[in-house]
Design a protein around this ligand. Structure first.
Ligand code: RTP
Ligand code: MG
Length: 191
């Protein structure tokens, strides 16, 4: 195998391993070998770390209301304080079409128009967060969808104004996290 073939093979092993819930020792060993062998591949190293430390990634947004109100810094401070690693972060100004694509699962809901108008009304911050049990951990920190029902100390209680303008978004399951992360970030942005 030349170097390019070796690199392609290592990525394949890493992808297969990443799709297994309980990676076998052989696979982890294979990744260790690949990691040592292909030192330039940060992707392989990241995948190996995720497997070994049982890490999970979720997708989060500081929504337009919270960003415009100057609350992004406080929300980020809580994210760090709770032990998340911020793997990817950027400001963007979503178009209406981009917001509709992102919230496609809600297209039949009565609030779809209002929701996508709001999400495309002003800039927001999108993030990929990593932690053990990141999906539920971030949902817990966000609080209930309706800020009026959110527990004390949660992001939506503290920074949300209404059910429509509720400060933050978080993925609700591994499948949605995978879709949402890839909707806004390329693999290279998450190294
Ligand atoms: P998100 O997806 O934004 O993290 O919120 P969620 O899971 O807690 O709630 P979901 O049911 O997925 O709803 C997505 C967003 O739609 C807006 N919404 N408006 N007017 C309404 O009755 C209503 N219901 C939901 C909220 O902004 C919610 O975050
Ligand atoms: Mg949701």
């Amino acid at each position: 195998m030349d170097q390019t073939d070796e690199f392609a093979a290592s990525l394949l092993i890493a992808r297969q391993a990443a799709s297994l819930e309980q990676p076998s020792t052989a696979l982890v060993n294979a990744l260790t070998f690949v990691d040592a062998d292909v030192r330039s591949s940060k992707f392989v190293k990241t995948t190996k770390q995720l497997l070994e430390y049982n890490m999970e990634r979720t997708f989060a947004i500081i929504k337009p209301d919270a960003f415009a109100a100057g609350n992004a810094g406080k929300i980020l401070a809580r994210i760090y304080a709770e032990g998340f690693k911020v793997v990817g972060i950027k400001k963007l100004y979503m178009s209406k079409v981009e917001a509709e694509g992102f919230y496609y699962v809600h297209k039949e809901r009565p609030f779809f128009g209002e929701l996508t108008d709001f999400m495309s009304s002003a800039p927001c911050i999108v993030m990929t967060l990593e932690a053990e049990g990141a999906i539920l951990k971030w949902r817990d920190l966000m609080g209930a969808t309706n800020p009026a029902e959110a527990a004390e100390g949660t992001m939506r209680k503290e920074f949300g104004g209404s059910i429509g303008e509720n400060a933050t978004h978080g993925s609700d399951a591994p499948e949605t996290a995978a879709f949402e992360i890839s909707y806004f970030f390329s693999g290279l942005e998450l190294l």
